[in-house]
Design a protein around this ligand. Structure first.
Ligand SMILES: Nc1nc2c(ncn2[C@@H]2O[C@H](COP(=O)(O)OP(=O)(O)OP(=O)(O)O)[C@@H](O)[C@H]2O)c(=O)[nH]1
Ligand SMILES: [Mg+2]
Length: 314
């Protein structure tokens, strides 16, 4: 190809027309709380998926994109796969996981290296049905002093299924994450890149904003309330230097509303302050954030839920 032809091409065409490229979707799955979203953020070097100590923090399928030269991995962070319970929300979350498994070219199965549980076994049953390469990630190795202790655990788990690779790492401390990425790249099928090289997600700013607010609620509130919460962005006015955001926090009961607002409004103030700091870092501009709380009974069981959870890749 002559120089003139090279100049006439845009970058994306050029790379796929002249050299082999590899593109694939990678589902990150595992039981709740093992560190799936922390791992995605570590891979991307940017916080797009919210995390907390509480199980079932992730509710949507979150898409993250990482391009490294000829390789483009399209990651799907998923809700924690858990024992089915009657609540509609829980059933819907598991369905999201199964959908991501079916779509993916490759699966990253994350476990906590300290414990193997019944829910890990449940996940394994689903993985065996897929006949796709599965990479096992033993996360949280920073919590284990003697790494030699991991060897018998790896041995035991490897008997359960033929994994394409086993990678111990710490998502939180960002230890050995690159090794995982190299293994993932090796498993990507040949294909044209689907996103620009600097894209990291296709989630909208409104969605990321709502999620940051939900993260603070998940982290600051006690055990019960966070699961009854939904965040809706009412206003998102973006000017060159300032973002004006108004968000509505939906809860199911008056008691929950009181807890979210807190004594003399302290809780809501704290949520707003922390969320605003994260938004200013993410959008690199000043943010005015207005939060208010409203009650909608049983929102997790009505049709709105399907609508709320339905927009998979916002
Ligand atoms: N010590 C340690 N903690 C970690 C590591 N990775 C994640 N965590 C912590 O584990 C908790 C759960 O992390 P998340 O990333 O939210 O887990 P998740 O698997 O996405 O959870 P769900 O979305 O609820 O399924 C958080 O408190 C994280 O800080 C790690 O490598 N080491
Ligand atoms: Mg998560």
């Amino acid at each position: 190809m002559s120089d003139i032809e090279l100049n006439n091409n845009n970058g994306a065409d050029l790379i796929s027309d002249t050299i082999k490229t590899f593109t694939g979707s990678v589902a990150i799955v595992g039981r709740p709380n093992v560190g799936k979203s922390t791992l995605l953020n570590a891979i991307l070097g940017e916080k797009i998926s919210i995390t907390s100590k509480k199980p079932q923090t992730t509710r949507h399928r979150i898409l993250g994109i990482k391009t490294m030269g000829v390789y483009q991995a399209i990651y799907l962070d998923t809700p924690g796969f858990h024992k089915n319970t009657p609540r509609q929300l829980n059933r819907t979350l598991n369905r999201t996981v199964i959908g991501a498994l079916q779509e993916a070219d490759l699966i990253v199965f994350v476990i906590d290296c300290r414990h193997w549980t019944n829910e890990d076994d449940l996940m394994l049953i689903r993985l065996k049905q897929q006949e796709k390469p599965v990479i096992l990630v033993l996360n949280k190795i920073d919590t284990v002093n003697d790494r030699m202790k991991l060897l018998p655990i790896i041995d035991e788990i490897s008997k359960k299924m033929a994994f394409s690779a086993v990678v111990p790492l710490s998502a939180l401390k960002e230890k050995n994450v690159e090794a995982l990425e190299n293994v993932i790249n090796e498993h990507l099928p040949e294909g044209k890149h689907l996103f620009a090289a600097d894209d990291i997600t296709n989630c909208t700013d409104r969605f990321l904003t709502a999620e940051l607010i939900r993260e603070k609620l998940m982290r600051l509130l006690g055990d019960e309330v966070p699961y009854a919460i939904r965040v809706e962005i009412e206003k998102f006015d973006d000017s060159e230097t300032l973002l004006r955001i108004a968000a509505l926090i939906w809860v199911e009961k008056p008691g929950q509303k009181a807890i979210v607002i807190g004594h003399k409004g302290e809780m809501l103030k704290k949520v707003g302050q922390l969320a605003r700091e994260d938004m200013e870092a993410l959008f690199e501009k000043k943010v005015f954030l207005h939060l208010w709380v409203k009650i909608k009974e049983n929102w997790t069981d009505d049709d709105n839920l399907a609508q709320y959870l339905g927009h998979a890749d916002r």
